[in-house]
Every structure is written in C-alpha cells, then in structure tokens.
Design a protein around this ligand. Sequence first.
Ligand code: MG
Length: 224
Amino acid sequence: MKKYLHFTDGRKLELSNIYAVASNYRKHAEEMGTSIPEAPVIFLKPTSAFVSNGGTILLPNFSNEVHHEVELVIVIGKDGVNISENEARHFIAGYAVGIDVTLRDLQAKAKKEGKPWGIAKGFYTSAPISDVIPAEQFDGEIPYFDLLLKVNDEIRQKASTKLMERSVAQLVSFISKVFSLNEGDCIFTGTPEGVGKILPGDKIYAELSGYVSLTCNVEKYDLG
Ligand code: MG
C-alpha cells in the first residue's frame, strides 16, 4: 500500500525509503554504553513501519522492552546522488518529528551476536512521523530545532538538534553517496539521551517545539 507524507501547507508526497542514523548524540551514545562511530552507522526501516500523526504504535509480543527515540526527520524533495554538503539543503523538502521505535532487547541481542537490526528497528509501526514543515519556511537554510518527547505528559527527552555530532548536511551527503536519495525518502537523524520503555495504554507526544507535533497511542499486538 502506498504511504503519503502530509505537509503542513496541504501538499502530500509519496513515502519512499526510510533511513536512520545510530549514535548521533554523544549523551545518548553514552547511555547506550557506546561512543560516536568513526563513520555514520545507517540502518533502514520498511515503508510498512510508517505511522502518521494520531496513529498507534503496536508492541509485538516477541519483545519485552520497546523504547521511544525522538528524532528530527528530514524529508527529501528530489532525487540525487553524490550530493555535497553545500548542496544538501537544495534536496530537502521539509522537516518532521519522528519516533524511532526500537525493540531494545532484540537490538541488544543482535549487537552481541554481530547480527543486523532489521527486526529491532524495522518492525510494523516502528516509524511514526509527524506532518512535514516545508523547507521554504526557512529561506533555504537548514535550521536547528528543539526536540521534546513526553510519555503520559511526563517529559522524557528534550534536546536541541545543535547537539547532533553529524549535521543534517553531512548526513544527506553521506547517504546520497552510499544509497543515492529519492524524492520522498526520510532520514531519522538520531536521538538524544533519555530513551526509555513504552507500555500498552501510554500516550506518546513528540514535537519540534514551536513547529509541529506528533501524538501516538500504544497498544499490544498479539501475533498468536
Ligand atoms: Mg534512533
């Protein structure tokens, strides 16, 4: 089924690939017992992971520890390959807030065994993304945002995207050189510290403060 990203000005764009970056904030890398990698560590989520604003995160019964990770999401507006950091802003259609929902227990096991994170990061409903703020709103510059995430009205994560170790321009450039970029691609740019467990019945609220917000319900998903 085709999925669409909705812009705050009414436009819509068909969702393409979903990329994500690991360990892009120092304090989060520390809370995970790791450090900033020498080269960006990129993983992917399938489009079936996408959830729009007001949707539901389904907790699969094969995990006992599902975590929220609030992140700035970059939406790509045109195809490109081998994009330089200086040109990166011309390929960005807009900005959104997303939650990189993670099966932390499965991820820890995969890390230990040297296996990929496909299930831990890409399961059904693991990629909620808000409506998209058009890039034109920022006069062609790449802005910084303040990220906030609350669970049941309690603040769990709060940080500026200024603290990213690799900038939006660096990530767009890097991913374009490895994978190429398509119109409709999304890039989750990494989470700040404060990740934690979510449970059935929780209400998750995330925002790019002053711009756009995302609300999700959490339910158990029994696979039988
Ligand atoms: Mg993440």
